[in-house]
Design a protein around this ligand. Structure first.
Ligand SMILES: [Cu+2]
Length: 199
């Protein structure tokens, strides 16, 4: 009986913890909604040197002449990252051949676990045009700072950890300047049509 109560309590605790983390994400997201981005466009983003899921060195120069989306997250993320990557994948699918004329970057905030191999494995479930990027902690710290991304390690009950992080998709122009947060909460057709305007 006591064992059962303990288990129920543990399940309840896990549920509450899960709920709390969802709210934390919501707060982070809502804190960075379009209206809250008061900084002048152009001040967000900048040069970076990272490694993609194939081990290739990638810099911002690789996307010159193409509008690109940037999303920060990590492969162990329970919901926000997979949902966003799914939405971006759907949109890339709707772009058809134009998908080659845009960039879609998933930059990890968890370089400790997200090696190029881990990114490759994880991204195999999504649109192949997604570029997963990782790097040494200093390079990741630099790029998160440039994009004003909040990312914080949060220990979990099982001795592991999760990452609280800004869940904003940045739309960058052909010349690498920040345009606006990119809205994925619409049909992939609408999102694709919007992105086409920046080609
Ligand atoms: Cu995430």
């Amino acid at each position: 009986m006591a064992g059962r109560t303990t288990r129920l309590l543990l399940i309840l605790a896990a549920f509450v913890a899960g709920l709390a983390s969802v709210f934390a994400v919501v707060i982070i997201v809502s804190g960075r909604e379009p209206g809250a981005v008061a900084t002048p466009a152009g001040a967000i983003g900048g040069p970076f040197q990272l490694v993609d899921q194939t081990g290739r060195t990638v810099t911002e120069a690789d996307f010159k002449g193409r509008p690109f989306l940037v999303f920060f997250g990590y492969t162990h993320c329970p919901d926000v990252c997979p949902t966003t990557l799914f939405d971006i994948s759907e949109m890339l699918g709707k772009l058809g051949p134009d998908a080659e004329r845009v960039g879609a970057l998933f930059i990890t905030v968890d370089p400790e676990r997200d090696t190029p191999e881990q990114l490759k494995d994880y991204l195999s479930s999504f649109n192949p045009r997604l570029t997963g990027l990782t790097g040494d902690p200093a390079a990741i710290a630099a790029v998160t700072k440039e994009y004003r991304v909040y990312a914080k390690k949060v220990p979990t009950e099982n001795g592991d950890y999760a990452m609280d992080h800004t869940a904003l998709t940045y739309l960058m122009s052909k010349d690498g300047r920040f345009v606006a947060p990119f809205n994925l909460k619409r049909t992939p057709e609408d999102a694709a049509a919007d992105l086409r305007r920046y080609l």
